[in-house]
Design a protein around this ligand. Structure first.
Ligand SMILES: NC(=O)c1ccc[n+]([C@@H]2O[C@H](COP(=O)([O-])OP(=O)(O)OC[C@H]3O[C@@H](n4cnc5c(N)ncnc54)[C@H](OP(=O)(O)O)[C@@H]3O)[C@@H](O)[C@H]2O)c1
Length: 364
């Protein structure tokens, strides 16, 4: 079986396996082009040399969720030899069937075939599933993670003969996939925890290029990726932002303002500002807001996010670095997440959720 790849048009043939006779199969893929059998063979071999950066090693992607689905499709689009493992009960089996990417439902068999194993199960499930995968992995296989948590906090301690690699796309799975399909690159963090073969770094960069084109790729360590990722989601992206929105909403409502208006001002308009910052940075966004908004930003912003907030951020970072946050999280998980479930239920009862139900889909 030979995987076919067309220069500059790889998405056109993504997910198509081409086996001999090549001419006939390419003809059916591209009915309006004329393929001579000999010229197709030369074309196919040269494409392997140019694009099979991982030397046609068998890649097995474990899990087909947000990242698994995107990475497997991008690998196929880059002409890599990729298969997917899903559990037999997975609701995503029909979805993977539509891609033409081969899939396995036997974990041991999938592990035994994996010259490169990509662990894209949910982070909480990885340590127990790893115990099933590891014994069957071939000697000197490469193992790729998309987040450093389980290696950094020693929830997984792999065999010494394995290359342990981090390729963490700095994007949600659907963005990684849509950017690739549109020919755009995605930034990734890259790190090596174990280099048993001496070629872990090459494998990491080859893999990153196959899922994210030209990056940029930033070299880091498992520790730095894990700690900055946890800190950013706690201080800004989830914890900080969600609390900021709800506290501002509560302040308006408690002072007699219409909750519908508070919802639009404090929640819905965040999207426009997030896009502005994403495109232009904070300085550029400041060039594009009204002079009144700018004055309010510069004089009041530092009062909202003051030194007390920074001190709290430092404490939170300390808990991440010391492992205190990890211990707390894993203890809750061990007991089936009682704290997580209680706090999630509490959040659902907030007025802002009822207003959101009312206006779902509408607004800016
Ligand atoms: N989401 C992101 O944007 C993002 C970004 C960068 C890095 N990451 C990292 O990527 C990795 C995967 O995250 P994700 O967000 O893609 O996860 P996800 O969407 O929750 O998908 C998890 C996958 O794991 C499978 N799975 C879970 N438990 C299983 C079990 N017991 N047995 C077999 N399969 C099981 C699920 O199977 P079913 O199909 O059967 O449900 C699903 O296919 C994580 O390390 C995460 O930190 C994620």
């Amino acid at each position: 079986m030979l995987r076919c790849f067309l220069l500059h048009s790889h998405d056109l043939v993504a997910d198509h396996n081409v086996s001999a006779p090549y001419g006939a199969q390419l003809q059916s893929l591209f009915p309006r082009r004329k393929f001579a059998r000999r010229c197709v063979l030369i074309f196919a071999v040269s494409s392997v040399n140019q694009f099979h950066a991982m030397a046609a090693k068998q890649i097995v992607v474990f899990g087909f969720g947000a990242q698994g689905s995107a990475q497997a499709r991008n690998l196929a689009g880059s002409g890599e030899k990729v298969a997917v493992f899903l559990r037999p009960s997975s609701p995503r089996i029909e979805e993977v069937k539509k891609t033409n990417i081969p899939f396995l439902t036997n974990m041991k068999q999938a592990a035994a075939e994996a010259e490169i194993a990509v662990i894209l199960f949910s982070d909480g499930e990885q340590p127990s599933l790893w115990k099933e995968i590891e014994p069957s992995l071939p000697k000197n296989a490469a193992v790729i993670f998309a987040h450093g948590f389980n290696i950094h906090y020693k929830q997984i301690t792999p065999r010494a003969d394995l290359d342990i690699i981090l390729v963490a796309p700095l994007a949600q799975g659907d963005t990684l996939r849509s950017d690739f399909a549109e020919g755009k690159s995605t930034p990734c963090l890259i790190a090596i925890a174990q280099d048993a073969t001496g070629s872990a770094k090459k494998t990491a960069f080859d893999y990153a290029r196959a899922i994210a084109k030209d990056g940029p790729f930033i070299e880091t360590t498992f520790a730095e990726e894990t700690e900055t990722d946890l800190f950013a989601e706690q201080a800004v992206l989830c914890g900080g932002l969600f609390s900021l929105i709800r506290t501002a909403f509560d302040t308006l409502v408690e002072n007699g303002y219409n909750p519908d208006i508070a919802y639009f001002c404090c929640l819905k308009e965040v999207r426009a500002l997030a896009n502005l910052i994403h495109e232009n940075g904070i300085g550029g966004a400041r060039e594009r807001i009204s002079d009144t908004a700018l004055y309010g930003d510069l004089t009041r912003g530092p009062r909202v996010i003051d030194n007390h907030v920074k001190d709290e951020m430092k404490k939170i970072l300390g808990e991440i670095k010391s492992g205190e946050f990890k211990e707390e999280l894993l203890n809750d998980r061990k007991k089936q997440n009682p704290l997580l479930r209680r706090l999630k239920e509490q959040g659902k009862g907030h007025l802002i959720e009822r207003i959101h139900e009312k206006f779902k889909g509408g607004g800016s």
